[in-house]
Design a protein around this ligand. Sequence first.
Ligand code: HEM
Length: 352
Amino acid sequence: MLEHVSNEQQLKGSVSLRKHLQFAALNNIMSSVFGKRYGSTRDSGRLETLQNMVREGFELLGSFNWSDHLPWLSQFYDPFRVQQRCSLLVPRVQEFVRAIIEEHRLSGGESRKMSDNGDFVDVLLSLDGEEKIQDDDMIAILWEMIFRGTDTTALLTEWIMAELVLNQKVQDKLYAELEAAVGNRSLSDADVAKLPYLQSVVKESLRVHPPGPLLSWARLSTSDVSLTNGMLVPAYTTAMVNMWAITHDPNVWEDPLMFKPERFISSGGGVDVDLRGNDLRLAPFGAGRRVCPGKNLGLATVTLWVAQLVRSFKWVQDETSPVDLSELLKLSCEMKYPLCAVAVQRNEKLGF
Ligand code: HEM
């Protein structure tokens, strides 16, 4: 990704980061879930097919469908071709994922599970007895991982970089922390986990711009639920959790609209919040049984990318395309106007 960023900067004088992040996110998920990386031009056809399927899936999930609200209508009417497009997409996804499962079977994936070379497909294939999973279920699980894991990591990184462009002092402080911690060495996951300011920048970005502001959108209560404030949610009510409202609530957060990573530095009197679902003031991955299963992977990935992007470049405003933090709520909440910024190379010695 760093090399592509550098090339675009040299060629155009600024960088539109989104496409680089989306490509890196897809590759990242493909390597942990399927053990595949799409680097060479030989793979570009397959990667493009995958990207198109993910994009089509997002459009379909985000589009309005009459029959979600009036189920009887679906027999007669499909005005926006939602059902028709779904029935074309599903077999394409099945064919794509099934081919990868077969490749794993042929190369003895079940026995690779416990080795360092094993990936998520190998783990699923190795399940046996009562745990054994049918191929169709395996396809659904794998597709869900790709689908949920790509967009979120890319768009969270884009939000963080936009805030760093707008808040140069925060970016400088972050860069100083990175330089002091690693010097000339290359960064590892273990390094970034120990950097309090970097962790606070990611936390603050998840607070101000939670990628899933309504968590999984809708939930259905299966029985009457009494809330501690005396309210009753009757059985079969569709309910949504508005995480965005909680993370912007002035009764919970001081100056909620300000980007202030320092609020999380506990040694400086800030709050110590575990954002993995144990503290409902900030639960951008949800909480409870349906909490995001990719939260650790997502956090580790985003934190490492931000560290690498800031260590390699100083990110400043592109005067012809100022940063605009307007939000666009699709399936996730993304920047309405994709980030474009100037990436001034800082570190020749990293050499790419
Ligand atoms: C920064 C990155 C990420 C964010 C902010 C995020 C956020 C979320 C949120 C808010 C939910 C809904 C939780 C709920 O309704 O309670 C969710 C669900 C989910 N996420 Fe993530 N996620 C991220 C990365 C990932 C990654 C990397 C993967 C896969 C490797 C992943 C896989 C999933 C899956 C499969 C679900 C559905 C779980 C279920 O319905 O039971 N996510 N995520």
